[in-house]
Design a protein around this ligand. Sequence first.
Ligand code: NAD
Length: 375
Amino acid sequence: MNKVFLCKETADGETRVALVPQHIKALCEMGYEVLVQSGAGDCISFSDDDYKTAGAKIADTLKDGYDFCDIIVRINKPDDIADIREGTLHVSSFDVWNEKAAIKEYADAGVNLVSLEMMPRTTLAQKMDIQSSQASLAGYYAVILAASKLPKIFPMMMTPSGTISPARVFIIGVGVAGLQAIATAKRLGARVEAFDTRPVVEEQVKSLGAKFVKIDLGEMGQTEQGYAKELTPEQVELQRKGQAKVCSHSDIVITTAKVFGRKAPLLLTKDMTAQMKPGSIIVDMAVKTGGNVEGCDPAGDVVLDNGVLLINGDSLERNIPKDASDMFSGNIFAFLEHFWNGESKTFKLDSTDEILAGCLITMDKKVIHPGFQNN
Ligand code: NAD
């Protein structure tokens, strides 16, 4: 397996490409043969010639690419898999939790599926982790976006005409996106508060110069992979009460609270958003998995009755396509490099490897990932 095909993205709103010329050059030097669908890099102004210079060949159609390759690389799940040959390895983000029927379709077609969101949260796999690379950019962009819509500035300003108080920003959920949002808001001069249910986060919040909001929810914690544990309905209610006052005095609230493989907790109810000041901004970054904020709309932004702007913060990394593509491409390169066997000049598909055991969903016409076998 050494023939890689890079597809042009077709999903609505997609702005990224899964491999950039720099990484294709390195793959070709290693021994991979790379075919690129014509126009794949248009979204970030990489021409077919740029890819050719890097060592790739260009395919005019998707079918030509599928016929050529052993490994398909793209950002999103494709529209259909009819032309993909049995035994091909398909590598992309896949939204596996919402695509259980598609998983069966891949198994039946004999397409071996790697879902990059399932990459284990280990030191070894860190460089292949698209969740981290993309969430980090999204967290940055959430703050920039909110700042651009806020009718006031971020830093404190003392001028002869008066003193402007700093903007107050509250970040709920301090994983990868939340940490980057805190750092960005602090750099812009805001007063930042943050909360997360994982106790280990308090120190990280403080080290960025933000204030950790203390809410006693009783027993909390995290999974072995570092993900939050799901709260009980009573704990969610306690959290809502504990953070209501902070929301009401904040100019911007950014919510990133997710529970891996489950619906996101509803943390800001209509009663709570009604207490916020007109002109305040909320960015809900968990909207894809149900949303943290009551009234959030997967179709777009909403202005609430009291003039608060509720922004759909899904896939914000798409607003920064150049860096998002570079980082996604870096993750894919690391994955293809890690499993490259230099002697036999082939990608080694070993389902017992600890990284592949985490993210390989189907293989040899079977659903092999234990998390999806009973669907
Ligand atoms: P995520 O996107 O699943 O969740 C975002 C944040 O929401 C998490 O911090 C989570 O604790 C928090 N959350 C969940 N329920 C909440 C609630 N009710 N209220 C407030 N916050 C809530 O998480 P993530 O950003 O992907 O990161 C999860 C962890 O994985 C972090 O500890 C991160 O440092 C770790 N991580 C490790 C690696 C690695 O070792 N390779 C890579 C990336 C991330």
